[in-house]
Design a binder for this molecule. Structure first.
Ligand SMILES: O=P(O)(O)OC[C@H]1O[C@H](O[C@H]2O[C@H](CO)[C@@H](O)[C@H](O)[C@H]2O)[C@H](O)[C@@H](O)[C@@H]1O
Ligand SMILES: O=c1ccn([C@@H]2O[C@H](COP(=O)(O)OP(=O)(O)O)[C@@H](O)[C@H]2O)c(=O)[nH]1
Length: 947
């Protein structure tokens, strides 16, 4: 029942201490916003209503409805409000009536109706939900044609309406609990609106094997939306497993870690949280004198008869034709039951707008008629059928008097009827004969399980169960009874879900993004105030472009190149692409740009220096105090004075180290090739000084297993060879020892620091250095989060070398903090540890201002926020696709382009780049299709966060 916020018992049970960096704060869920397809009420217009006649009643009549989901939600004791649809017809009301109805529903129940135009609702509910998602989830797939774009568009439109309604009622302290497959896309739309709102999702139906789910054309969008949740709950471990494995197969970078899936920096906890029922409701019915009277009457009427209850929506998932065939079989083989057995079947009409349901109803009626005709006598009808809903108290009586309950679902998320039956068998201890394809089977171990497709065996099991009532069935019942009434009630379900949601918020990184946004002005000011060289180190894959299945398809678009050229054209500004790619590819892709290149994970560098910085202050578009532009508009893109190729000198590729020992190469290549041969979908990339085994296109489980094996063999080889083994996203790479991006940057920075002494203050922005970790026992799992602190050593040294040592004593871990900097260095790293140290140094150096670090695509949020949480004055630029920042639309590769374009525009003072926004949008969508986050994101200035 809806309850006002704050006044609910049970509230304290879900409070939890959450740790945000150094801070400790108590966090709890004060209210759930429940969102489900239907509200638990239906409405009717009062035809007698006349506003001039006060006794004509209210304009709208409401009826509370029932059903599995409703029963579960109503049992939860945490305060909630409910958002849902009022069913067909509600969408065609006039605007005025919608307002009136909303008011009435709010006043009477505290719920919020969502209005969906009837034609859209038909496509959303009848077609996409019930003819596409429902059958596939129940291992059936008969209406392929329903998968068309129109019903999907309607589904999205309806889901967006739900998300909008949720955000309209959202208050601080609320958590959103989205229910069921009709609302798969709601988390996606909600996340677009808020990166921090806690979102839990519970799936009431089975999650099918990935083999089924991946046939859905919209599989990416659906899974990606669920990964926008903090928590996704299922009835059983099986469904959970199917989801995890589907996500891993469908989303390139998704990987399972413990109970969660990590993808693009988001962490989604996936849990089996089986629903329960509210036993107090059923006990109250049983104690109701009217119900007791009915029970007595039924006992009298059916004395000496084995009574079996069945109660199902008339849905093809409930195995109703099989149930009738099982009864047929039972009565065929057990003639002794003739006259002494009755199946009391309630068939609740359901989804009658869908053809398959109408056909099933006809078939069921026919089958029942046949069995009754075959065995019935003048005074005995074996199957009593009620083809309409019954009141819950009446149902309680039927449950109570039955010797057994027969559930024959061919697939069923849970099946609450089974739980309700057990609850109402307090005194009688009847038998539960339960299909092994119902989720309840995993919960209720004291059941007689059947495979309803095996009609003979099922009939025999039913017969056995009936013969054991009062004996073995009693023991089994007590086992189930404890579960249903004590350990797995609806109340427990709500509390467990809330607790898991709180835990997941603590674990996930979403909440950590609550850093204050720092306008780009500060960054621009820092850039402008820097009178030394400015260096941008930009990672490529995953930062300037999206990670794609075929590495060669990640070719830079003209837009990316324009932006890089613009950036490099700013005075005293040098741009480096720092990549793991081989030099040939880098030459081919970036050779025509006036930028420096670092290839092969730091093995080689190609410098690009300006012959003279001819754009002097005052003449250049870059001027201190030039007008700043705060909004990106199409007309502000005018070309700036670009440097041409003859204004720069490029060196040849220079190695990081002079002596290159590749004696190991042939042996290693052979090993890697062997693994490639035995790993379908894998790829070997041979570079001049390294060799990489990619398994992103392989079966994720098998690919990972192979990669782990390969890694361990290579580590063995590393003991006697001058090699290092690295792992990244779905890649194992072997390269020469001592060669890494950090070491190369050290070399580059060294060169700059020696060239620019005195007042020169280098300004370094490097979104990413290296995420490739040396393999050691501390390295994370393959495809897992990497920690490149080992690689950072050389860079730390190089930065430190740029500082003039002082007498400030060593602080962190005995590391000497740099003092009296010769440069204004904006450091970045993928190592939280390194960042932490850097920022601690910064805090001690007041004159080192500003001190910014930048995050690239593979810098984990955890690392970033670990540091940001500790250092109050630190600044962060989030750049990349894999951080949750990126996911929540602060940046995507596309956004990064726009951000860079915008940054250049601002840095340049008045005018800047060649990027055509609409063109960029098309190109980006094309490039990143069909990946789910390639949707157009409105341009936004570069985002700098500060804590
Ligand atoms: O609203 P309808 O389309 O008529 O359908 C009624 C509900 O059916 C489904 O129930 C599921 O949830 C139950 C409780 O978790 C579970 O026991 C059962 O196995 C599921 O089939 C559906 O998921 C709900 O959304 C519908 O409201
Ligand atoms: O006339 C009836 C008879 C039963 N139920 C309820 O419908 C729910 C059926 O839930 P179940 O999980 O068994 O299957 P679902 O219909 O949700 O797939 C149970 O709570 C029943 O008490 C109902 O709403 N109307």
């Amino acid at each position: 029942m809806y309850t006002e916020k704050s006044s609910q018992p049970g509230f304290h049970a879900v409070s939890s201490m959450l740790m945000f960096g150094e801070q400790q704060q108590e966090s709890n869920i004060t209210r759930f916003i429940i969102a489900s397809n239907r509200l638990p009420i239906t409405f009717e217009r009062n035809v007698d209503y006349d506003p001039s006649k006060p006794d004509s009643g209210e304009k709208w009549h409401f009826k509370e409805s029932s059903g599995g989901l409703i029963a579960g939600v109503k049992g939860i004791t945490i305060p909630y409000t409910w958002i849902g649809w009022l069913g067909q017809g509600s969408g065609s009301l006039s605007d005025e009536e919608k307002i009136e109805l909303t008011k009435a529903v709010k006043q009477k129940f505290g719920y919020t109706p969502v209005f969906i135009p009837d034609d859209i609702a038909n496509l959303y509910y009848n077609v996409f939900s019930n003819q596409v998602l429902w059958p596939i989830s129940h291992y059936l797939q008969f209406t392929q044609s329903a998968q068309n774009g129109t019903s999907w568009d309607a589904y999205c439109q309806a889901n967006r309406a739900f998300a909008d309604a949720i955000s309209a009622v959202y208050e601080e302290g609320d958590a959103v609990w989205v229910h069921d497959y009709q609302l798969y896309m709601v988390p996606h739309y909600l996340r677009q609106q808020s990166s921090t709102v806690p979102i839990g999702f519970f799936l009431h139906i089975p999650f099918p094997s990935s083999e089924l789910f991946r046939t859905l054309p919209q599989r990416y969008q659906l899974i990606d939306s669920l990964l926008d949740c903090n928590l996704v709950g299922f009835h059983t471990h099986d469904y959970r497993q199917h989801f995890v494995s589907t996500a891993q197969r469908i989303i390139l970078d998704a990987r399972a870690e413990g109970e969660s899936i990590i993808s693009r920096g988001r962490q989604t906890s996936c849990q089996a949280v089986p629903i329960g029922i509210d036993p107090t409701v059923w006990n109250a019915h049983l104690e109701n004198p009217t119900v007791q009277k009915l029970i007595e009457k039924l006992k009298h009427d059916f004395a000496g008869v084995k009574l079996v209850i069945g109660c199902d929506r008339v849905d093809y998932t409930k195995g109703l034709p099989l149930k009738i065939k099982i009864i047929d079989q039972l009565l065929t083989t057990h003639k002794e039951l003739h006259g002494k057995f009755v199946l009391f079947q309630i068939g609740i009409p359901s989804r009658m707008d869908v053809k398959e349901y109408q056909e099933l109803t006809d078939e069921l009626h026919k089958l029942i008629g046949e069995v009754n005709g075959k065995f019935g006598t003048i005074d005995w009808t074996p199957i009593h059928y009620i083809g309409r809903p019954v009141k819950q108290d009446e149902l309680a009586a039927y449950y109570a008097v039955s010797d057994a309950c027969l559930v024959t679902s061919v697939r069923d998320g849970m099946n609450l009827v089974a739980l309700e039956y057990v609850c109402c068998q307090k005194d009688h201890h009847g038998a539960l004969v339960l299909s092994e394809f119902a989720g309840a089977r995993f919960l209720l171990s004291g059941s007689y399980t059947i495979n309803p497709f095996d009609i003979e065996n099922s009939a025999e099991t039913l017969n056995l169960a009936l013969s054991e009532v009062g004996k073995k069935a009693s023991e089994k019942h007590l086992n189930n009874y404890k579960i249903v009434t004590l350990t797995n009630t609806a109340e427990e379900w709500g509390l467990r879900f809330a607790q898991l949601l709180l835990d997941s918020i603590k674990d996930s990184f979403f909440h950590l993004n609550e850093t204050d946004k720092l306008g780009k002005d500060e960054l621009i000011r820092a850039f402008r105030n820097c009178d030394g060289p400015r260096i941008f180190f930009l990672d490529y894959d995953g930062t300037l472009t999206k990670i794609v299945n075929d590495p060669m398809k990640a070719k830079p678009t003209q837009q990316i190149k324009n932006i890089l050229r613009n950036l490099a054209s700013l005075p005293r500004t040098t741009v480096f692409i720092v990549s793991g790619r081989d030099r040939r590819t880098l030459d081919e892709w970036f050779g025509d740009l006036p930028i420096g290149l670092v290839g092969e994970h730091g093995m080689c560098v190609k410098y690009c220096t300006r012959k003279s910085d001819d754009v002097s202050e005052g003449q250049s578009p870059f001027e201190k105090g030039a007008k700043e532009v705060h909004e990106v508009t199409d007309d502000m893109y005018e070309p700036i004075k670009l440097i041409s190729d003859d204004e720069v000198t490029k060196t040849d590729w220079e190695p990081l180290i002079d002596v290159i020992d590749l004696s190991w190469m042939d042996t290693i290549k052979q090993i890697v090739q062997d693994y490639h041969t035995h790993t379908p979908g894998s790829l070997v990339e041979e570079k001049p000084t390294s060799v990489a085994f990619h398994f992103r296109n392989s079966d994720p489980t098998f690919g990972e297993k192979q990669a782990i094996e390969l890694k361990s063999i290579l580590i063995g080889k590393a003991a006697s060879m001058p090699i290092e083994v690295m792992t990244g996203h779905f890649v194992v790479e072997v390269r020469m020892k001592g060669v890494n991006k950090g070491a190369m940057l050290r070399k580059i920075l060294h060169r700059y620091s020696s060239e620019h002494t005195g007042d020169s203050k280098p300004f370094v922005i490097t979104p990413v250095l290296s995420t490739q970790s040396h393999l050691s026992s501390e390295t994370p799992p393959l495809g897992g989060r990497t920690n490149s602190s080992q690689n950072m050593g050389p860079l730390i040294d190089s930065l430190d070398e740029m500082m003039v040592p002082s007498d400030i004593p060593p602080t962190l871990d005995g590391v000497h903090p740099p003092t009296s900097p010769t440069g204004r260095v904006i450091r970045t790293s993928s190592s939280g540890d390194f960042l932490h140290k850097s920022l601690s140094f910064a805090n001690q150096l007041e004159d080192l201002h500003p001190f910014i670090f930048c995050a690239g695509d593979d810098v984990t949020d955890e690392d970033m926020f670990h540091v940001v949480g500790q250092i109050p004055q630190s600044l962060t630029i989030h750049i990349g696709t894999q951080s949750s920042q990126a996911k929540k639309n602060l940046l995507s590769p596309y956004k990064l382009l726009l951000s860079l374009a915008n940054l250049i525009h601002n840095l340049a003072g008045s005018s800047s780049n060649l990027l055509d926004m609409n063109q960029a949008r098309n190109v980006t969508q094309e490039t990143h299709s069909p990946t789910p986050d390639s949707v157009f994101i409105a341009p936004q200035p570069i985002t700098v966060d500060r804590k």
